[in-house]
Design a protein around this ligand. Structure first.
Ligand code: CA
Length: 236
């Protein structure tokens, strides 16, 4: 089996597709291309890509809907949203579309390649680095339990549907109970980014989404707590 990874590019601007394809192939990736949302969805279903670069404004079906639909079908392929404006970034992370990451146009090719690599590495690891062997199958706290073999999270015995990133953030924090991590540390440990910038708010939004799924009362969390001015921790 080849180690070569395939990136699906869903973007209606041909110039951008061409430059993405050129640079990704130069980095050793296979590429597939789709020029509208409907075709992107179809290729994501049938082509088994390792990662999707997904534009927002697309003919036939917008990128948000493509991502939402894939998640609804249980497809957890990493998705990086290509946003035209910074304001869209909040939507990408805030809406329940299940994207893993976003990058704002115009992007630097070096940054994009780094993000692609980080997101593929993260999912390529059979067990995420975050979930150490010692974490095995951990009944973590109260009604919450994590099965790291099946990658499933349960609350009161009921399975909770998490994105890959939400799952990794949870298992990372839960495997270091009561230890407070800064957003920068989480960015490095869970997101595998060797650099940080404004991206740390990605951590905040992911924590918020995770709380909405695992907490009985997300506004008054019992599992993932905030240490003001420091960061987040998993309370036991
Ligand atoms: Ca577009």
């Amino acid at each position: 089996m080849s180690n070569q990874k395939t990136v699906l590019i869903v973007e209606d601007e041909k110039n951008i597709v061409d430059i993405l394809r050129f640079n990704l192939q130069r980095e050793g990736y296979n590429t597939m291309e789709a020029y509208d949302g409907a075709d992107g969805l179809e290729k994501a279903r049938t082509g088994n890509p390792d990662l999707i670069l997904l534009d927002v404004m697309l003919p036939k079906m917008i990128g948000f809907d493509v991502c939402k639909q894939l998640r609804a079908e249980g497809n957890n392929v990493p998705v990086i949203i290509l946003t035209a404006r910074e304001e869209e970034a909040d939507k990408v992370l805030g809406l329940e579309i299940g994207a893993d990451d976003y990058i704002t146009k115009p992007f630097s090719m070096r940054e994009l390649i780094a993000r692609v690599g980080a997101n593929i590495r993260r999912t390529a690891m059979s067990a995420p680095a975050a979930a150490t062997a010692s974490a095995a199958s951990m009944p973590v706290s109260g009604e919450l339990s994590i099965n790291t073999d099946s990658h499933q999270v349960f609350r009161s015995g009921k399975a909770i549907d998490l994105t890959q990133r939400e799952y990794e953030l949870l298992t990372f924090l839960a495997s270091h109970p009561n230890k407070v991590y800064s957003r920068i540390a989480l960015m490095e440990q869970v997101w595998n980014y060797g650099y940080v910038g404004d991206d740390v708010r990605t951590v905040d939004v992911t924590v918020r989404r995770l709380r909405e799924k695992i907490e009985v009362d997300p506004a008054n969390p019992a599992y993932i707590l905030t240490r003001r001015g420091v960061g987040y921790y998993f309370a036991v």
